[in-house]
Design a protein around this ligand. Structure first.
Ligand code: SF4
Length: 234
């Protein structure tokens, strides 16, 4: 009897899976949207007391990723794909909280550089807030799933960048120092010219302070090689 029940249940679930008219891409998009919503609501709930909203947090994180922890307001607006007044407002709020400092250029008063303060760096440290929750959640994946997820995210981000939805992604795939599949070692097939060392798939970066953009032709060639998993001909 129990066996019959199991068979019936299996048949029902396989039928419902077959009847599902939605392609997997829709399910994946829904999943990503859920994560985005969770991040936003949690950020609001948890950090609302400290008054740090999502955009403010993104500004701090962007500055933290810069080698000198500073950027012009116009660059911040461009990288976060928001209007200049919106970025200026977020920066002004962060300055009131002493999380950033603004410097106006002596030569051109229209140019304003924003610098992360020590307090700001502490407020957006990777161990604070939602990214840490996300890191813990992705810890539930096996190492193989983590690598597949990382590579999948890289592809999604690159596509969004091509569509103009993300302006700058400081990731290996478009970095001038990236040499995909340079080595025979399956555990460490890639090479980073910045540190002049091989590295494995699990160390691919989606946000790297040492990133420098590759030329259009180098980025295209690197991507094709990375995407096809092709080793460089020796
Ligand atoms: S510098 Fe950073 S982004 Fe560039 S290849 Fe090395 S690790 Fe990747």
């Amino acid at each position: 009897m129990a066996e019959l029940l199991n068979i019936n249940q299996a048949t029902r679930s396989s039928k419902s899976a077959q009847k599902d008219p939605l392609p997997i891409t829709v399910h994946l998009a829904a999943g990503l949207e859920k994560i985005g919503l969770a991040m936003k609501s949690r950020t609001w709930r948890r950090e609302g007391q400290a008054g740090l909203g999502p955009l403010q947090r993104q500004v701090l994180t962007l500055l933290r990723g810069k080698p000198d922890h500073s950027a012009q307001v116009s660059a911040i607006a461009q990288e976060l794909v928001v209007r200049l007044p919106t970025a200026s407002e977020a920066v002004a709020t962060l300055e009131r909280k002493r999380l950033v400092k603004r410097h106006r250029s002596h030569r051109d008063g229209r140019i304003v550089t924003v610098e992360l303060t020590a307090r700001g760096a502490r407020a957006c440290a990777p161990t604070v807030g939602m990214p840490n929750q996300l890191a813990a959640a992705t810890g539930a994946l096996t190492s193989t799933e983590q690598v597949a997820f990382l590579k999948g995210l890289m592809k999604v981000i690159r596509t969004l960048q091509e569509q103009g939805e993300i302006s700058v992604a400081r990731m290996c795939a478009s970095c001038r120092y990236f040499r995909p599949y340079q080595h025979d070692d399956a555990a460490q097939p890639h090479h980073c010219d910045y540190v002049n060392a091989p590295f494995g798939e699990q160390a691919l970066r989606l946000e790297c302070a040492e990133y420098e953009p590759a030329s259009v032709s180098q980025a295209k060639e690197s991507w094709e090689r990375f995407n096809n998993g092709r080793k460089v001909a020796s």
